[in-house]
Ligand binder design. Structure first.
Ligand code: HEM
Length: 549
């Protein structure tokens, strides 16, 4: 019994434990049991839901696997786990994955995925909100006006990336790229020798895209160290977005975020987003945020993820596209033959002189139809290197049908998250054939033209840009940046350094893609990927320009 004679609480506790140890042992055993039951819990799964795949370690096995394998978890579950222990469910169109006492659905069937992306009762918006506030490190007060603005923001984004707005962005980004490559072959830069092709493309695409987004007052132009900051921030996406001790695990990302936010805060506070050459997408988003009561000082803090999505997927795709085309002489030669007739040559007055100079103009809008081989290479790059996981939350119990010969139908329960991994469907042998893991530059030539079941399957199994209401609004801009840069390089330049011969660097292997990221990066971060870019014979004096109409 406790007394007030100066005895400490610990003494009292110890006396009590000594006098009745069984009471404390029972309490300890009960707590351990409760903990174990929760730990090993399997969520309830209705027989109509996708089949449950139990982990080897009860409760937490899938969580450990997901953290260890990152986005490789998805193919692992479908191919390895299912083929060994779970072969009763032959087709594995979909599955339920328990994560402690929660669960998520994984979809593998391309038809189910298309149905899920079309479904109105599956939503992307909850993720936007849960994730963004952490990602941006915003307080509850600062974030309070944002949730209501989300539908308007999404609408603004989609209507701002079409027709004349898209053409304006294409032309600005590509003419920035043109200025950079036009300098090659000049007296001061006879050849562009880069030590790391990955970093060269990263800088080029980041600057070109931010110029197209922000106009001539682009903060990334005036402060080039923001380019590295954007990539350092992106590197911490998972830890920042989930708030998993980012200051410990990704301190550089936290610091980079602060610098990016400060720079964009200044830009928006001065209302530079209202300038005449600012992209419609950035103008419209800022207008929506302000109309919903987001103070001017916070608009810039909020806009970093928009800059991030506009760049961090396009750039790595550009790198692999470039590496795959320039490293294979036969691919390069075929692309060159196809592109040559599409380059318009003309004479234009040279600046600072009475002479004329040759101009080579690429109208980016014709490449989609008239450069099918290069388009096929681009699409094949996106198929192989895109590991996007399309996510939706089930907002109301929903039946989803596969539309296969058995009309397999699953029940998806309200509140559960659905994951649709591109790195599974983009490599399904039943859609892509036995060489699904290989880069086949001709794979998309004439694809879809015959309307066969195989074509329909491949179309449904192509999800690099997601689908439904949230289909990536930037896909045509990404296409233009990729195709434009490649077209000029292929026709007007020699790129040496990558390939299979002596002294050449092979196309690097792709590193494992981390959770929260979509496109593979090269192993080793591009170190050792030296390339040298010079003018091709006959194209030495040409000035490259781009149009988009
Ligand atoms: C190769 C380059 C790109 C890839 C692979 C890519 C991929 C994706 C994917 C997979 C999604 C999710 C779609 C869904 O959930 O259904 C998405 C959404 C989005 N992307 Fe892209 N993207 C690229 C380039 C761009 C560019 C250049 C921009 C803008 C300039 C952009 C802006 C967006 C936005 C704003 C969303 C969210 C749309 C919404 O919630 O409705 N993306 N993108």
């Amino acid at each position: 019994m406790a007394s007030f004679t100066g005895t400490s609480t610990l003494d009292v506790l110890w006396n009590d434990v000594s006098s009745s140890p069984n009471k404390y042992l029972t309490l300890l055993a009960l707590s351990a049991l409760v903990f174990f039951v929760r730990w090993a819990a399997t969520p309830n799964v209705d027989s109509r839901e996708p089949p449950l795949i139990k982990p080897a370690i009860p409760g937490v096995g899938h969580i450990i696997n997901l953290l260890m394998r990152q986005v490789d978890f998805y193919p692992y579950v479908f191919h390895v786990l299912t083929s060994k222990a779970y072969s009763r469910e032959k087709k594995h169109l979909a599955m339920t994955i328990p994560l402690a006492d929660k669960k998520m659905y994984l979809l593998k069937s391309p038809r189910l995925i298309q149905a899920a992306m079309r479904s109105k009762s599956l939503s992307f918006e909850p993720f936007l909100l849960e994730y963004s506030q952490n990602l941006l490190g915003m307080t509850d007060d600062e974030f309070a006006p944002v949730p209501k603005s989300v539908p308007d923001l999404i609408q603004a984004v989609h209507s701002s990336m079409a027709s004349k707005h898209l053409h304006a962005m294409n032309a600005t980004a590509l003419n920035y790229i043109a200025d950079e490559i036009n300098a090659i072959g000049s007296f001061s830069l006879p050849s562009l020798d880069v030590n790391n092709a990955w970093i060269w493309i990263r800088t080029l695409i980041t600057k070109a895209t931010t110029n197209a987004m922000f106009g001539h007052r682009n903060p990334f132009h005036f402060n080039p160290s923001l380019v590295d900051d954007l990539w350092a921030f992106d590197n911490g996406t998972f830890f920042l977005g989930t708030n998993l001790f980012p200051r410990i695990f990704r301190p550089r990302s936290v610091a980079a975020r602060a610098r990016l936010q400060a720079a964009l805060q200044k830009y928006y506070a001065a209302r530079l987003d209202e300038g005449p050459d600012v992209s419609q997408i950035m103008r419209a988003r800022a207008a929506v945020l302000r109309a919903h009561g987001v103070p001017n000082s916070s608009v810039g803090r909020f806009e970093i993820p928009m800059v991030q999505v506009g760049i961090v997927n396009t750039m790595p795709i550009m790198f692999w596209f470039f590496a795959r085309v320039v490293s294979r002489p036969e691919v390069l030669a075929r692309a060159r033959t196809e592109l040559l007739p599409l380059v318009e040559e003309s004479l234009a007055p040279a600046p600072d002189s009475s002479n004329s100079m040759r101009q080579a103009t690429v109208n980016i809008s014709v490449l989609g139809d008239r450069a099918p081989f290069l388009v096929s290479c681009f699409r094949e790059t996106n198929r192989l290197y895109n590991h996007a996981v399309i996510v939706r939350r089930v907002m109301a119990d929903t039946q989803l049908s596969d539309d296969d010969e058995n009309s397999t139908t699953y029940l998806l329960k309200k509140g559960t998250d659905v994951h649709m991994p591109a790195n599974v469907v983009h490599r399904l042998p039943e859609a892509w054939g036995p060489d699904a893991d290989e880069f086949q530059p001709e794979r998309f030539l004439g694809g879809g033209a015959t309307g066969t079941e195989a074509d329909r399957m491949r179309k449904a199994a192509t999800i690099p840009f997601g689908g439904g209401l949230h289909l990536c609004p930037g896909r045509n801009f990404a296409f233009a940046e990729n195709m434009g840069l490649m077209a000029a390089l292929v026709v007007g330049y020699d790129v040496r350094g990558l390939g299979d011969g002596p002294g050449l660097a092979p196309v690097p292997r792709a590193a494992t893609v981390g959770l929260g990221h979509a496109i593979a990066t090269p192993m080793g971060g591009g170190v050792g990927l030296r390339v040298s870019i010079t003018r091709r014979q006959g194209w030495e004096d040409v000035e490259w320009r781009f149009t988009s109409s």
